[in-house]
Design a protein around this ligand. Structure first.
Ligand code: FAD
Length: 614
């Protein structure tokens, strides 16, 4: 039984036409040759450029649901053992864990995007007959030694041996070429838009002398890096750590190191791509962990770092980031969809999207399908899941359902949830951000300027950086500056007058309303600023741009200054939120309020255990 989507007009301030008008994009995507769910032979989303990530067509139905639209639960057209809502790493991992226990189980994975992987997305660019691969989101297996045992085992199950990255990732390339970090100072704060090279590689006196900062700010920067001052004298290490956990890095620099306003502003947005807030919200203690790009000033002589993330290099990176984890999971679930047998051959293997949703397959991945309702049948013996695909509503009946989508979406999908659990799930406001990939024909401009990374003190994009030098299987990273390169640029909507969740909600709206031309304008402007000194011309030298727009990006992580203390583990909103509801269990990285692949996987494992034990 199918029902046409009802029409809504204004959603979250954005004018969105739903219903008949959604059908034409579907026709564009699917062509006329595809059957109800099977994708056409030329379907290949990784090669799409323009606005990707939460691409148009992926989010409108769910926003309509949030705004009150509903669809009747029809008689089920299909019956399966497990429905997974969300085809990110957590959803794919849940399917894997379930099938490991029940090899004959029939599983249907539903995702609202035109590609699987959730945040773990692959971008491809065609350059003179060659393919360059880039990561559109989830970028690395960060600190795999810290992964939970079930997550480590999953990586082994799908053929990933993390030790091999020591051979595949060239840790010396950029150092051997003496490429360092540059700061692009903004004119509003510093009176002049100026690019200064050699952050962290020249002496601080030399570096500061070239900046457009005032003499006082220059002297403060040099002092904060060079002088062996303990800015918290008379305190034990424990007392210092306790204080630094309560105050922001900005407060620490301002009140203890006592640096000039221009130095504060230089670092205010430094951690934006990681915490997605200004340094006035980030506890000072985290800066001990932050060693990238020449480090940050002020703490080295106050308290030293012990262990932490720096204990393992940041090298566990496929050319498409953790999209390879998703692709290898898909290979495990549906071998015909990704030819080959090794982690190495998977990198250049092409996904055959026609295999994802075959009628004769026990595991089916149904893309472009937004779930709008999941409800137990009257005898509680199963769950009916209703979803919208190509403008039509369908219902599938399942013994178990794993919600591997976003916590904040679940209350809108599961009407049976108790009030307290709804509030727990709603607590997680995902953080909006974009990863923009810019294809250039070579990177000689960077080599000539001795630069690998530019940090912008106050501009639209926070940074531009060269790709990670990783070669795997038949995929060769272009180690010579004469080779093409997909640059990485990160934009986080930043509203400095509001904090945390409020800022992220407003940022999400801003992101969804922003046209591609705005991103394009800033890419051109900021690359010209960074590279024109070496003859770069954005008009001439950019060959493609892909904006991976993650309106619902990182899972909220409870590590910012204003996070309350909880009396116990059981009181934490995300713990309350992730409790099983009959045959419905809850996975996804939100379930641990922890934005990483490890959490996506071990929460999938927990959700499947609860489903099978329940
Ligand atoms: C830009 C970016 C960079 C990151 N970098 C890293 C990194 O380097 N290392 C790391 O460990 N982690 C990183 N992360 C964190 C990342 O979120 C996790 O590692 C992991 O990919 C999350 O997987 P997931 O399956 O839990 O969630 P998601 O990837 O969000 O997948 C959930 C899926 O459910 C879908 N969905 C939601 N609602 C519905 C619905 N109603 N119907 C159908 N489908 C629905 C979503 O659209 C999505 O496709 C990054 C995140 C972002 C955004």
């Amino acid at each position: 039984m199918k029902d046409k989507v009802t029409r809504r007009d204004f959603l979250n301030g954005t004018r969105v036409a739903i219903g008949a008008s959604l059908l034409s994009p579907w026709a564009e995507v699917f062509g006329s040759s595809s059957t109800e769910f099977t994708l056409p032979a030329d379907y290949y989303p990784p090669a799409a450029t323009g606005l990707r990530g939460s691409h148009n067509g992926s989010w409108e139905i769910m926003h309509a649901r949030v705004n009150g639209a509903s669809w009747p639960v029809g008689e089920p057209e299909e019956t399966v053992d497990l429905v997974v809502v969300g085809g990110g790493i957590s959803g794919l991992a849940a399917a894997h864990f379930y099938r490991k226990e029940k090899p004959d189980a029939r599983v249907l994975i539903l995702d609202n995007h035109d590609d699987f992987g959730g945040h773990a997305k692959r971008n491809e660019f065609s350059v003179g007959g060659d393919t360059r691969i880039a990561y559109g989101g989830t970028e690395a297996i960060d600190t795999p030694s810290g992964y939970a045992e079930v997550s480590r085992q999953l990586l082994v199950d799908i053929g990933i041996d993390v030790q091999r990255f020591y051979d595949y990732f060239d840790q010396d390339l950029y150092d051997s070429m003496d490429l360092s970090y540059a700061i692009a100072y903004d004119s509003a704060t510093y009176g002049e838009r100026k690019l200064v090279h050699g952050y962290g590689s020249r002496s601080w006196e030399d570096f500061a002398a070239d900046t457009p900062m005032s003499d006082k700010a220059k002297a403060d920067l040099v002092r904060a890096f060079n002088e062996p001052t303990d800015y918290l004298p008379g305190m034990t290490r424990e007392e210092k750590i306790a204080l630094l956990s309560r105050i922001s890095y900005r407060t620490y620099l301002e009140d203890y190191v006592k640096v000039d306003y221009q130095v504060l502003e230089m670092y205010q947005r430094w951690g934006m791509s990681y915490w997605c807030v200004g340094m006035d919200e980030v506890p000072a203690i985290y800066i001990l962990e932050y060693t990238d790009g020449g480090g940050l000033p002020g703490l080295a002589h106050t308290v030293t770092r012990e262990g932490g993330r720096g204990s393992e290099p940041y090298i566990f990176h496929f050319p498409d980031g953790n999209a390879s984890v998703a692709r290898l999971l898909v290979r495990k679930l549906i071998p015909e969809a990704l030819p080959g047998t090794t982690m190495e051959d998977s990198v250049t293997a092409r996904v055959d999207y026609t295999q994802l949703d075959r009628e004769d397959s026990d595991v089916r991945i149904r893309l472009n399908s937004t779930v709008v309702n999941a409800q137990h049948t009257s005898n509680s013996g199963a769950v009916d899941v209703t979803y919208i695909h190509r403008g039509d509503a369908y219902t599938v009946r399942a013994k178990n359902v794993v919600m591997a989508c976003y916590n904040s979406a679940i209350p809108y999908l599961c009407p049976e949830l108790p009030e307290k659990q709804r509030a727990g799930l709603a607590y997680n406001v995902k953080v909006p951000l974009t990863y923009t990939k810019v294809m250039i024909p070579n990177w000689r401009w960077f080599a000539e300027l001795d630069t690998r990374y530019v940090f912008y003190t106050n501009d639209f994009y926070k940074q531009v950086e060269l790709a990670y030098p990783v070669s795997i299987g038949d995929y060769e990273f272009g180690s010579s500056p004469d080779e093409p390169m997909a640059l990485h640029m990160c934009y986080v909507p930043y509203l400095d007058d509001i904090q945390g969740p409020e800022q992220w909600r407003a940022g999400r709206r801003r992101l969804l309303e922003m046209p591609f031309s705005t991103f394009e304008h800033h890419v051109r402007d900021q690359l010209d600023q960074a590279l024109s000194g070496a003859g770069f011309d954005a008009e001439r030298d950019i060959t493609a741009i892909t904006v991976n727009r993650w309106a619902h990006g990182y899972s909220y992580s409870p590590d910012l200054l204003w996070e309350p203390d909880y009396a116990s583990e059981a009181d934490k909103p995300w713990v309350i939120g992730r409790q099983p509801l009959g045959r419905i269990t809850i996975a996804n990285s939100d379930a641990a309020a922890s934005s990483n692949t490890n959490s996506a996987i071990y929460n999938a494992h927990r959700a499947v255990r609860e489903a099978l034990d329940g």
